[in-house]
Each structure stands twice: as structure tokens, then as C-alpha cells.
Design a binder for this molecule. Structure first.
Ligand SMILES: [Zn+2]
Length: 381
């Protein structure tokens, strides 16, 4: 499973200059997509196999063997219960790792002297901690949901209300039974909302998800204070009496994906607006490279169909499509397997933010875009 320590370990892997095969495969709930994994792996690795000669005679055999090894891991990937899988293979140093991913990824194969970790970094940076509540009129089951994993947090029962601060319960006997039940439910919803406020104030979660029968979900939603209503990411319909933890997990996963899609669309709309005024945004790899080289990027959005090789300056970080020496400081450049990923690294190093856009948006035409802190030179066309 993806976590910070896995990424750090992979980053620190000593490959002694040997090429590493990194492979990303998206796994939707669609079974056909999973069945197609062996074919997709072959199609993904084929161009890398053809391009292996660039690495010199000695490395060609290693790369092709590692690509074959990755293709042979198809069964393992098909069985992966996550929404994507990442593979890292460098048999020369005994590296062979399969990381299950909690969110979708674009299919991708990269050969470089270090593992290609950009999509994992972006995933870690953007994962939100959810508080998921499944509510009925007498119970509320509270869960934590993060990175595709669901765990029970606490259960609140209406009975406690009766025993505790709802001592006047007997007085309601004079009212109609259904009205009394409605009052009890409302008290329960209010108490659930108050507890969620406590958890939210102590910084225990970022976003809220409410599930249950629609009337009860609406009942709790109506009691949420404004700050909590603002972090309500979505709701789902589930029967609390029959829903298993696996059902709830699936609902949360779908809800989180839907929420992320909305965020992606909003960010791309904002970027296009910013780019329209020219001084606040840039679109396309070349303009993004200008912005990265000038440390101007605030937020980099990536939706590249394929990797683009290029060069980087080891001394000052300058990125370009080609050139033996750095245009900024004159040092000898080194080859990078993917300029999009190199740009992402540069942005992170300069304190900016990177997001991989998975939703189908207009960004797909441009492949990359960035909002910038100041007007970038070299973009007036
Ligand atoms: Zn340089």
C-alpha cells in the first residue's frame, strides 16, 4: 500500500546507475479493464523495449529483461484490489516492488536511473482524510477513510442520549409516539453533528462524507454548523442495517473520486482563466518549462498522455527539451526520462504545488499548465 515511507525507500534505492523500469497501470472497477492488463502491459512496455538501445549495449539486455519481468507480473496486478498499481523493477540491484494505489493513475512506462515517483508524490500530497458517518435514527457509525482504507472510529448510540443529557425523555410520553421518535432522532442528529464538530476542530479529518437513508442523511446535514457543512464532500445512500464495511468503503471510494473530479475540473477552469490573462497562467510544456526555470510556478497541473524526454542541469536545475550545456549556467546537462516529472520535481523544490489531473478536462490538449506568481519571460507569442 502507498505511504510516505514506501516513497522515501524507493527514492533512496541505490541503483548504481542501472536503469530502473517504472510502470503505472490504472485499475477501474470495470472487469474488462482488469482482464486487459496483460495486453496493456505489453503495449506500454513495447516502446521502451524499442528505445532500450539508447542506453548502450550493456544496459539493453537488463532493460528488456526487466520489462519482461514487469509484464510477467500481470496476474499480480490484475488481482490488485486498489485503483491502480505501480511497479518498479531493477533486477541488477534486486529491486522488484509492486505498490497498490488508492486512486486511479494514467498508464505509463518509464526507464530511468531512478524510480519514477511523480504520480506517487502527487497522490500523497493530495490525499484527504475523510470522516465517513453512516447514520440511522438511533445509531451513527463513524469511520476514518483515507487512501482507500476504511477503519472504524467510534459508534454513537441514541440510548446514551436517553441515559445522559436527555433526562426529560419520559415527559415526551404525552406526545404522539411518532412525534416523540422524531424528536429523539433530531436530538441524535444534533448530537452527531456536535461530535463531528469536535473531531473537525481537533484537526482529525479534512472532509466529511455522510451515508444512510436519505432522510437521516438530510437530518444530520441540516444540523451541521457552517464550517462543517463547508467540508461535506458528498453523501451516499446505504442501508445501515445490512451494509458491510466493504460496502461502505466502496461508497467512500466512489464519493472521493467524484469529489476529486470536481476539484480537478475547478482547478483546470481556474487555470484556463488565469492563462487567458497571460500574466497569471501558462499552458503547454514549453511555457511550463519557462515558468519552472524562473521559479514562478504556484500550482502545476499535469495531464500528459506520454512522457517527454529532455535534459536537466545538475548544477542549477534548468530544464530544456535538448542541449548539451545549460542555457542558464553553462554546466553539462544530464538526460531526464520525463520533462513533466522533472518539472514537477522543480516545482516542489521551489515550494509550489503539483497535481496530476485525472478527470477528462481541456487540460488534456495542453498536457501541462501552471498558475504563476509573476509574469514569465519568454511567453509572449
Ligand atoms: Zn545550470
Amino acid at each position: 500500500m502507498l505511504d510516505r515511507s514506501t516513497v522515501e525507500r524507493l527514492r533512496g534505492a541505490d541503483t548504481a546507475g542501472h536503469p530502473v523500469v517504472s510502470l503505472y497501470v490504472g485499475l477501474g472497477p470495470d472487469l474488462d479493464q482488469r482482464r486487459a492488463v496483460p495486453t496493456r502491459l505489453k503495449a506500454l512496455t513495447h516502446p521502451r523495449r524499442e528505445a532500450a538501445a539508447e542506453w548502450g549495449e550493456e544496459a539493453v539486455g537488463e532493460i528488456r529483461r526487466d520489462l519482461d519481468r514487469a509484464v510477467a507480473m500481470a496476474d499480480q496486478i490484475t488481482a490488485d484490489l486498489g485503483r491502480g498499481a505501480a511497479l518498479f523493477v531493477c533486477s541488477a540491484v534486486g529491486l522488484e516492488e509492486h505498490v497498490s494505489l488508492p486512486a486511479p493513475v494514467r498508464d505509463r512506462a518509464v526507464v530511468d536511473t531512478s524510480p519514477y515517483l511523480g504520480p506517487l508524490e502527487a497522490m500523497l500530497a493530495h490525499f484527504r482524510r475523510y470522516c465517513a458517518v453512516v447514520v440511522d435514527r438511533r445509531l451513527a457509525s463513524i469511520y476514518r477513510f483515507c487512501m482507500g482504507a476504511l477503519e472504524s472510529w467510534e459508534v454513537m448510540a441514541e440510548e446514551e442520549v436517553r441515559k445522559g443529557n436527555f433526562g426529560g425523555f419520559a415527559g415526551y410520553a404525552e406526545h404522539g409516539a411518532s412525534r416523540r421518535a422524531g424528536e429523539v432522532a433530531r436530538r441524535h442528529f444534533r448530537r452527531v453533528a456536535a461530535r463531528l464538530s469536535e473531531l473537525s476542530r481537533s484537526g482529525e479529518f479534512d472532509l466529511l462524507a455522510l451515508g444512510g437513508n436519505p432522510a437521516n442523511v438530510d437530518g444530520v446535514a441540516a444540523e451541521l454548523p457552517p464550517d462543517l457543512a463547508a467540508v461535506l464532500a458528498g453523501t451516499f445512500v446505504v442501508d445501515p442495517r445490512t451494509a458491510t464495511a466493504a460496502d461502505i468503503r466502496r461508497h467512500c471510494e466512489a464519493l472521493a473520486e467524484e469529489y476529486d473530479r470536481g476539484v480537478d475540473e475547478g482547478l483546470v477552469t481556474d487555470l484556463l482563466d488565469a492563462a487567458g490573462s497571460r500574466r497569471r497562467g501558462v499552458l503547454g510544456l514549453d511555457r511550463v518549462l519557462d515558468a519552472v526555470n524562473q521559479h514562478a510556478v504556484e500550482l502545476l497541473l499535469l495531464d500528459a498522455g506520454d512522457t517527454v524526454p529532455g535534459v536537466a542541469c545538475p548544477a542549477c536545475g534548468w530544464l530544456a527539451r535538448q542541449g548539451a550545456s545549460c542555457a542558464s549556467c553553462g554546466a553539462a546537462t544530464r538526460r531526464v526520462a520525463d520533462l513533466f516529472d522533472a518539472a514537477a520535481e522543480g516545482v516542489r523544490a521551489a515550494g509550489g504545488t503539483v497535481r496530476y489531473v485525472l478527470a477528462a478536462t481541456e487540460l488534456r490538449h495542453f498536457e501541462a499548465g501552471a498558475t504563476v506568481r509573476f509574469a514569465v519571460a519568454g511567453i509572449e507569442t
